[in-house]
Design a protein around this ligand. Structure first.
Ligand code: NDP
Ligand code: 8X3
Length: 258
């Protein structure tokens, strides 16, 4: 019997990344789970192994740290080097206010995580995919990478960069038949807003008040769809919003429905 396929997910300790590893594990994929919160990785690894009987490799590192990323990828055990899917998911928004008043450190964190982290991961894993003659890089971008909204400045810029990098990687990896997909969600109810508003629960929860936001599982389902097409099919991009949202500017709450 051949071995299971492997998905490598950055930011598997919460939200979209966690829902994705659960869905793939449920479907007999082996999973590489990563994130900075070690206690969550330990708990998730045990849960996935016990519930689904699949193999789990847990790697505790920060995608912003090139030295750590290099060490983790260089030292991947042989049986984990044949990666079928890399999901670049680790990311965040920090702050939501006028550009001219923003905390510059928030910009550094967003650009280092959303752009440079994704670059480090893709740069180091794509040669393994080329060597194995198979692979698929799936990037979680955002509708913020398609439209700029007030107070979104650097978060939007980071996701516009992800959009450009997806297109660029698709071209350069073409001759190796490595697929590249971007998934661009609208509002998904996760810890995203809690992180963006720096722990302000009240402010975070108002983002999801009065309408049905997407769930992390909805996005995991998009990742699954993209990853399980026949080898000759590449889903270039998916833009997905709640039914209550038309784009980055138009969202209808229940009280305003016709
Ligand atoms: P969560 O806050 O729930 O999860 C974020 C994940 O990213 C966590 O697992 C976190 O793990 C990880 N992460 C953050 N920074 C780092 C880092 N420096 N190194 C390693 N891992 C890191 O948010 P979501 O699940 O919503 O976000 C996932 C992705 O989806 C992000 O790229 C986000 O921009 C994107 N997105 C989210 C939308 C939404 O409305 N929620 C909409 C569109 C896109 P840990 O803290 O343990 O390191
Ligand atoms: C997260 C969704 O619209 O808040 O990427 O930017 S949004």
């Amino acid at each position: 019997m051949g071995r299971n396929k492997i998905i490598f997910v950055t930011g598997a300790t919460a939200g979209i990344g966690k829902a994705t590893v659960e869905l793939f594990a449920q479907n007999n994929w082996d999973v590489i789970i990563t994130g900075r919160r070690q206690e969550r990785l330990v708990e998730l690894q045990t849960q996935l192994q016990e519930k689904y009987g699949i193999k789990v490799l847990s790697l505790n590192f920060d995608v912003r740290d090139l030295v750590q990323v290099q060490q983790q990828i260089t030292n991947l055990p042989e049986e984990w080097r044949s990666i079928d899917v890399l999901l670049n998911n680790a990311g965040l928004g920090l702050g939501h206010g006028p550009f001219q008043e923003a905390d510059i450190n928030d910009w550094e964190v967003m650009l280092d995580t959303n752009v440079k982290g994704l670059l480090y991961m893709s740069r180091l894993i794509s040669p393994l995919m080329i060597k194995n003659k198979k692979g698929h890089i799936i990037n979680i971008s955002s509708i913020a990478g398609k439209q700029v909204y007030a107070g979104g400045h650097v978060y939007c810029a980071s996701k516009f960069a992800v959009d450009a990098l997806c297109k660029a990687m698709r071209i350069d990896l073409l001759k190796y038949q490595i697929r590249v997909t971007s998934i661009n969600p609208g509002m998904v109810e996760t810890d995203f807003s809690l992180v963006r508003f720096k722990g302000n629960e009240e402010k975070a929860s108002t983002m999801y008040d009065g309408y049905q936001a997407l769930t992390a599982h909805d996005i995991a389902d998009n990742v699954w769809y993209a990853a399980t097409r026949p080898p000759h099919v590449n889903i270039n991009e998916i833009i997905v919003t709640p039914t209550a949202q038309a784009n980055a500017y138009h969202l209808v709450r229940d009280k305003d429905l016709a």
